[in-house]
Design a protein around this ligand. Sequence first.
Ligand code: GN1
Ligand code: MG
Length: 376
Amino acid sequence: MIQYSVGYRGVDLDIKQICDLFSIDGQYVDSHELNTGIINNTYFAKYLRDGVDKNYILQRINKKVFTEPEKVMENIVRVTNYVRERIEENNMSSKKFVLRAFLSRSSGKPFVIDKEGEYWRCYRFIPNSVTYDTVSDGKIIEGVGTAFGRFQNLLDGFDANLLHVTIPNFHNTVKRYEKFKSVIKEDSIGKVKEVKTEIEKLLSFEGKATKLQKYLDAEMLPLRVTHNDTKCNNVSFDKDTGEALAVLDLDTVMAGAIAYDFGDAIRFIANTLLEDDPNYDGVLLDESKYEAFTKGFITQVKGSLTEIEKQTMNLGVFTMTVELAVRFLTDYVSGENYFKIKYPEHNLVRTRNQIALAEDIIRKEKNLDDIISKYL
Ligand code: GN1
Ligand code: MG
């Protein structure tokens, strides 16, 4: 069995074996695990070719979450191929602005399966790039907006219906609430009594947090290709120039509402604290961060937005924040462990943090509307 926790050397050896299964070149030097994401396991593999660094990102796909990894990879390949063509048409560097998934030496597919039946993929690490888990620099925040907005634009001509639904109802808040209520009713691990206040608050948000989904169901909003996980650490930047480069983590590219991408990005980047910081009183929606992201994102996409998309962009911010709170609390109450946790109360802390943010979003709604109008 592959051991992931036996220390550096164990991981090192195993990752080399996985790397060997992909058609990548150069000589393997070493590897280490990256502490990124709360779903998959990610490793950085260092290679050298003719004395030059050539690095790769290896990821073991979480099969509990992505039950059909082949479909996830098919979506990623379709989307990145399409984006690559558009980027080349615009005379931009495809090495910098789009991910490339490498193929298996034996099957030619964009993944390999190890002895344990685990799925792995391999991306080129974009040379000289960095990602940020938190950002306070307005220029970088604007860059995150530009990158996600550009991703939307480049995919504007792509038929979203061609993509597989890899996680059904991923941002369907109506379904997220249904599941939430059913785990509360079941109370399988007796946690419900501890979290009465949080449950009440989330139930009071339900009407507003399910509106966007209802507009989608009524076909009032266009279905677009959405990234669906627009955290700031899913954008790479040039280490030296600070230029925003490719959008990363394409696991959840599916059809959706553009407000999902806008909202999820704001939820993460404009929170004064990290999404799992237990200092709930300090959790606020930072309007200057909001504005910096909005400037980057809206400037890219405004030409193609419909009227109702413009009007629901901010609803997306509230919706995505509440959705995450509902998902974290569902996980806590059911003991399902969908999200990786570092301590038993981790998902409860995440829930409270997102509730505090949702409350501040409501307080600041009018200002946020004014800021968005400025860039539309
Ligand atoms: C998960 O693991 P990561 O960071 O890519 C989750 C997102 C959540 C996020 C919260 C497939 O993303 O939906 O917004 O955690 N991804 C999946 O940190 O559920
Ligand atoms: Mg992700």
